[in-house]
Design a protein around this ligand. Structure first.
Ligand code: C2E
Ligand code: CA
Ligand code: CA
Length: 616
């Protein structure tokens, strides 16, 4: 291990917007002998501090960062700055002021690359002694990695000098073994050269961040070898559209970056459209199955007005744009725009927080109920309770508008508890002849952190005499996987009361068949995006069929959401899906349906799909 005293002159960035905390951390560092401390009160300031050191990365020590720092996509920043394997790596010590380090840093990708990433997450109640230990440890790790990198470089140079270097070995150092493209490190290095070449970084160009839609699904279903072959075939296809010396790299398992030098925004969009179209027309064959593939592309451009100081920043912007493309339905291009993300989100949050608080206080929240139907018998198995907020002039506000804000702003626990209590009260209020009715209740992704949840459910059930078996809790697959241990523990405890569980939005996130095996859930709800176009989309058909087979084999009941047409019902029955939910059976309403069942035969023989009229 290195002598850490020699590392005390490295630059330490204290990225902390809370003044008192920044002062205390600085004082503790100074007392421990750190001489070169810089403050950054938001994300962009970090890059400003780093800018002069791009060619001297060894002088930068590390970043101590508040998890909630403004203007900062912290996960992306950690990933881009602290996940390299060369000497330019910048470690992070992340300070969580709330007890949520796990939610931010149990990201699947980050965990997978943990061996490469130098991110040290500290719980909310850390002491300065622990902080100093973490700083020392991270500095040591960075130095070791720097030395190792230097050694590797020296070795390569020596071998080259002696002309014994195997060209393949050299190639592998900078290329991705599978596709032959540049790897992430080398891509960023080359990009840095290009950026520096342009006077004052005023260079035109565009970065395309390409992500294969639902690649993880094909990997899971067909195995890694088939997944690998798909990657290679796609690379060959894309190569046809770009010049041989273009900067094209594979930077994640199914993520690619393509830099188009000296291209304007319009030219970049045209090129990206060509690539997207070619992929759309391409068919991937494996065994009996033929998949149609699509990609999402994020574009960030470089021009005289963009303030890009570091290649990773350009990559980060393109990645964010790609994420927006995926969130908006995949198979599309998205141009990076500052307003898209942070600014818009913050303005939105500031607007909504008082409204949510008022709604909780003044009883402006209410539940609507949508039937879930057994596809064989047509019997209504249960209803899903969905939250709504009363708006002005009798308007109804959708949960899409306020649930994400409530999650970001720490109001979601109150909502979760309100929903649980209200749903149980609703069951208790039903007349005796409706005591067979049961409800599915959505829990937020952070419900597992909420200690009051379990006692609230238990007490409310006891108080109202409602049978626990009349409740099913829905948690999203993404939330469950991200908080795997906690989720399993909480599910076990709530199930012990007699309640059931469903894994919601299955397939939309990790598509974790492996996790499914170990999750104690009764139902798997296949995400609506696979069902909505089921009849016209062959890939969706293959995926839904496989999901149904696997879930059934694991002893779980399957529910398909967004069932909108008679043909879809027929297909779902063919695949052996147990339950359906969607506008064709009934929209979410404040009242339950009068009948106990729905005639599936009548629906299937109905000629058209449901209209898209309004409902709650
Ligand atoms: P979700 O749990 O996946 O709920 C299903 C959503 O699909 C509901 O939207 C429902 O109205 C809609 N839907 C149902 N059938 C169809 C269909 O045939 N076609 C289409 N296009 N959509 C259909 P809603 O009620 O707007 O809820 C949106 C999301 O908000 C929910 O997604 C859930 O994640 C969240 N949410 C809703 N209620 C609650 C709640 O009480 N607590 C929490 N934490 N989250 C909730
Ligand atoms: Ca749900
Ligand atoms: Ca869902």
């Amino acid at each position: 291990m290195v002598n850490n005293n020699s590392l005390k002159d490295r630059i330490i960035i204290v990225a902390e917007h809370e003044e008192e905390s920044a002062r205390n951390i600085t004082k503790a560092l100074q007392e421990a002998g750190y001489e070169n401390i810089r403050l950054a009160e938001d994300g962009s300031k970090i890059y400003e501090v780093l800018r002069p050191y791009y060619n001297r990365p060894e002088q930068v020590g590390l970043v101590i960062i508040n998890e909630d720092l403004p203007q900062c996509q912290i996960r992306e920043m950690c990933r881009s700055l602290s996940c390299t394997t060369d000497g330019s790596i910048i470690p992070f010590v992340v300070l969580s002021k709330k007890n949520s380090v796990q939610t931010t840093f149990c990201d699947k990708e980050l965990c997978e690359s943990q061996s490469r990433c130098l991110v040290y997450a500290m719980q909310h109640d850390f002491s300065f002694k622990e902080l100093l230990m973490a700083v020392e440890f991270q500095l040591g790790m960075k130095h070791e990695r720097f030395l190792r990198h230097k050694q590797e470089e020296r070795l390569i140079n020596e071998l080259a000098e002696r002309k014994v270097v195997d060209s393949k070995l050299k190639y592998l150092v900078v290329h991705d073994e599978l596709t032959g493209l540049y790897n992430r490190n080398n891509f960023e290095r080359q990009l840095r050269l290009i950026l520096n070449r342009g006077k004052d970084l005023r260079q035109e160009g565009a970065l395309l961040f390409i992500d294969i839609d639902r690649f993880s699904m094909i990997n899971e279903l067909e195995g890694f070898e088939v997944g690998d072959r798909l990657l290679v075939e796609l690379v060959v296809l894309v190569r046809k559209f770009i010049s041989a010396n273009s900067l094209f790299a594979r930077i994640g398992s199914d993520e690619f970056c393509l830099f188009l030098e000296n291209k304007t925004e319009t030219q970049a969009i045209t090129e990206a459209q060509k690539i997207k179209k070619a992929v759309e027309e391409f068919r991937f064959f494996t065994g009996e199955v033929c998949y149609s593939i699509s990609i999402s592309i994020g574009i960030s451009t470089l021009n005289t007005s963009s303030h890009i100081y570091h290649p990773s920043e350009l990559v980060l912007r393109a990645r964010q744009a790609c994420n927006t493309a995926k969130a908006n339905g995949r198979n599309m291009l998205w141009l990076f725009n500052d307003n898209d993300i942070a600014v818009k989100e913050r303005r939105h949050d500031i607007f909504w927080v008082p409204l949510i608080k008022k709604a909780l206080l003044e009883k402006e929240l209410f539940l609507v109920y949508q039937p879930v139907v057994e596809l064989n018998s047509g019997e209504i198995s249960h209803y899903e309770a969905l939250i709504r907020m009363k708006g002005e002039d009798n308007t109804v506000i959708s949960p899409h508008q306020f649930i994400p804000v409530a999650e970001r702003m720490g109001l979601i626990h109150n909502i979760d508890l309100w929903v649980v209590e209200t749903a149980i009260d609703f069951l208790a209020s039903l007349p005796a002849e409706m005591s067979h009715i049961s409800l599915a209740i959505n829990l937020s992704s952070s419900a597992f952190q909420e200690t009051a949840l379990l006692p609230t459910i238990r007490d409310k059930l006891e108080l109202t005499w409602v049978d626990a078996s009349r409740l099913t809790f829905e948690i999203t697959e993404t939330a469950a996987v991200e908080n795997f241990e906690k989720a399993r523990d909480m599910i076990d405890k709530i199930r012990a009361l007699g309640c059931r569980f469903a894994l919601d939005d299955f397939g939309a996130g990790f598509c974790s068949f492996n996790y499914l095996k170990s999750f104690p859930v009764d139902y798997v709800k296949i995400d609506g995006q696979f069902i909505q176009n089921l009849i016209d989309d062959e890939t969706d058909q293959v995926l839904v069929k496989s999901m149904a087979e696997i879930a059934t084999r694991l002893g779980k009941k399957t529910i398909a959401e967004f069932v909108e047409s008679p043909k879809t019902i027929k297909k779902l029955k063919e695949y052996g899906i147990d339950f359906g939910q969607g506008y064709i059976f009934g929209r979410p309403e404040t009242q339950l349906l009068k009948s106990r069942s729905i005639s599936i035969m009548n629906l299937i023989n109905q000629p058209t799909a449901v209209d898209s009229g309004l409902s709650f």
